[in-house]
Design a protein. Sequence first.
Length: 120
Amino acid sequence: MGHAPKLSQHERGQIDAPSTRSREVILNFLRHQEKYGTKKSSGRPSDLNGREKRTILHTASNSTTSIVGIRRTCGTDASESTVWTKLNKCPNNVIFGDGKKFSLVGPNGWHSYWSDLSRE
């Protein structure tokens, strides 16, 4: 059985022209096609997925419940410290502390009043 004719220099140049990758990269891809594009995940996986994180932030910003209450409402298995850490990473969305403000000059002739900052 005969051999196929070898590629000319012009034909080789046409094969290499569309590729912006080095020859080594192309050869490595051809050698290990099944492993190409797969990478071992690095780092520790998070206890919370994206939906749970959003639910925790939404629950905390719309109510005055405790961390334990937020865990129960969201139905997550994460620990209290994990929920607390997530809330600390987004301080603009949650009011920490009792969230009350005392004013000496009140509306409608009142001398003083308390207002809940989370409800304003």
